[in-house]
Design a protein around this ligand. Sequence first.
Ligand SMILES: N[C@@H](CCC(=O)N[C@@H](CS)C(=O)NCC(=O)O)C(=O)O
Length: 200
Amino acid sequence: MLKLHYAPRTISVAVALALEEVGAPHELVLVDFASAAQTKPDYHKINPKGRVPALETPDGILTETGALLEYVAPALVPDNPFQAAKMRELMCYLNGTMHPHHAHRLRGERWADKESSFEDMRQKTPMRVAECCAYLAEQLPHMPFPLGEMQVVSDAYLFVVLSWLDGDGVDIADYPGLADFQARMENRASVKAIRDKGML
Ligand SMILES: N[C@@H](CCC(=O)N[C@@H](CS)C(=O)NCC(=O)O)C(=O)O
């Protein structure tokens, strides 16, 4: 059976959401950030990068959210190569740009040592994340597939990243298209299920 190593409110929740959505049998394994379990040798045997998610599969361990999403829900990857590439373009942006801007608020020690540097990064986060939201609000209507209906697996990724906005000091109401996407996702049984499990 698939075994998902996750922590609540992290990007790993996107994979839990996709697993719920497609009804794939799986086991959830909590990685306890409160005790820094992700930094310990036991977890590094699962994911030497010290991050969640990680997925144990019959063929071996997978890491990186976008890869896991496509693996657990291949039916939610467009057959059309251009559409599939646009979906990956979106997930790469979330992974490589927006997620790191969010991480500057919580994980400043990755980039600096001084407390004053952490504060500087925390102050910069709302501005950078808001720039990402403006970009997404402009781009998403041009995506070659419907959004917010879990027809593509990137919906799970986007939903979880947008769930961080409040903490990042960005008001989703400033981006009606994003707020509408989020509201439609909130109605899905899969989202309710992971909320009930305390993951969001
Ligand atoms: N590129 C990775 C990033 C994963 C990542 O950074 N996960 C964060 C939680 S959102 C984490 O595990 N942080 C633990 C830490 O920094 O100690 C992916 O998309 O899977």
